[in-house]
Design a protein around this ligand. Structure first.
Ligand SMILES: Cc1cc2nc3c(=O)[nH]c(=O)nc-3n(C[C@H](O)[C@H](O)[C@H](O)COP(=O)(O)O)c2cc1C
Length: 378
């Protein structure tokens, strides 16, 4: 039995295989509301056989959006738009998940194809999209040329913690079965974790425990509002790739603290905190972040997900076989081939791989296969 196609259980939720659709922002929402684009974007991955389908980074506060097109869960009015999506994903046998986030100093940014630069008055003229003031642990801009964020007061921090809990409650009502907190890639929770962005001198900054505090409090807040039967995951940047930033040893400690706060799975990414220095060169190769998943899994005793630059089913299979991770997440490869899980099953010689297809396609494909074989064409 291929590891990639063995079921995996966290709390009371079982994934039919180890393949997760990594969150992929579509920048297609209006005022945070999901629409048919999100249904089809996510639905095709569920039809393609993924065991876990994550909806993209969804803002827990309106000002926590990265762009005007981000999904949101800061209001009860967002819930009903998400229900058809969770319903369809579940109908296809995928576990519906959602990533909850707050952009912090990365808020008020243009969509990738509009430049990934701060929104300004040009956007008002072009798209009627106004800039807003971002909040952050410290008054340090994300990068040169970015506006100064406003340093968060104790009250702002408490509000964000509550907002994550409220959003979790809404995620439950909307039908999601797993939440992933976006604590990576320079988003707000990562900004608190990293000394690059967090230079506070109060109990939310300074030593590692203080910097971990927001992540831990967010986990606790979600756990208070999220069924004990459902798993909670965190996406962490395992390293900042910057001198003076987070190293893997720090992330192992964060993972331990999160586990104690009720977190079940760490999605192990890296980088993204920004700052004035250039990141150390990372050796980009297939599965280059999987060793982080292995380190965290081994040293923090928590389930992990490997992600980043993965496309070959045999490489993914080996990561699982080597106990480096419990799940594999893919993003761009799935954009290229939403049926990747079904094709991976064939590549790994899963015995009943044809039966994994939705019958509406699988019936025809099996029939064609028999004909092609009979005619000696395949
Ligand atoms: C279109 C697109 C949107 C993305 N949006 C998010 C996001 O909302 N949240 C997140 O954590 N990562 C996001 N990412 C990063 C992916 O989840 C993933 O970690 C990254 O692309 C590396 O995996 P890959 O090599 O399989 O693409 C996005 C990537 C892409 C391509």
């Amino acid at each position: 039995m291929a590891h990639l196609f063995s079921p995996f259980t966290l709390r009371d939720v079982t994934f039919k295989n180890r393949i997760a659709v990594s969150p992929m922002s579509q920048y297609r929402a209006k005022h945070g509301h999901a629409n048919n684009w999100h249904l089809v974007h996510l639905g095709r991955f569920a039809m393609g056989g993924a065991g876990l389908v994550y909806a993209e980074a969804s803002a827990v506060e309106a000002d926590g959006r990265r762009t005007h097109g981000d999904l949101g869960l800061w209001d009860d009015g967002h819930i009903d738009d998400l229900k058809p999506i969770t319903g369809f994903l579940s109908q296809c046998g995928a576990v519906p998940g959602i990533q909850l986030g707050h952009a912090g100093r990365k808020a008020s940014e243009r969509r990738p194809w509009h430049g990934e630069t701060p929104v300004d008055q040009d956007d008002v003229a072009l798209r009627e999209e106004a800039p807003w003031t971002a909040i952050a642990p410290s008054t340090i801009p994300y990068a040169d040329g970015w506006p100064l964020p406003q340093e968060m007061s104790e009250g702002d921090i408490e509000n964000v913690i509550l907002s994550f809990g409220e959003a979790a409650k809404r995620a439950h009502t909307a039908g999601f079965k797993i939440i992933e907190v976006y604590a990576a890639h320079g988003f707000l929770v990562h900004q608190f974790l990293s000394p690059i962005a967090n230079q506070r001198s109060d109990s939310w900054g300074g030593n590692r425990d203080n910097r971990n505090r927001l992540a831990v409090e967010v986990a606790r807040s979600i756990r208070r509002n999220w069924p004990a039967a459902y798993p909670l995951a965190f996406r962490l940047s395992s390293t900042d790739w910057l001198e003076g930033g987070i190293e893997i040893e720090d992330t192992i400690e964060t993972a331990r603290a999160l586990k104690a706060a009720g977190v079940d799975l760490i999605d192990c990414s890296s980088g993204g905190v920004g700052g004035k220095d250039r990141p150390r060169r990372m050796t980009i190769k297939q599965g280059f972040q999987a060793p982080f998943a292995a380190d965290i899994r081994r040293n923090a005793g928590i389930a992990t997900m490997a992600v980043g630059f993965l496309w070959d089913a045999k490489v993914c299979e080996q990561i699982l076989a080597d106990d480096q991770a419990d799940m594999i997440a893919l993003a761009r490869e799935l954009l290229d081939d939403p049926n990747w899980p079904l094709h991976a099953a064939r590549r790994l010689d899963v015995a009943d791989h044809r039966d994994l297809w939705p019958i509406e396609a699988g019936w025809w494909l099996s029939k064609r296969e028999r004909l092609l074989t009979k005619l000696g064409l395949r």
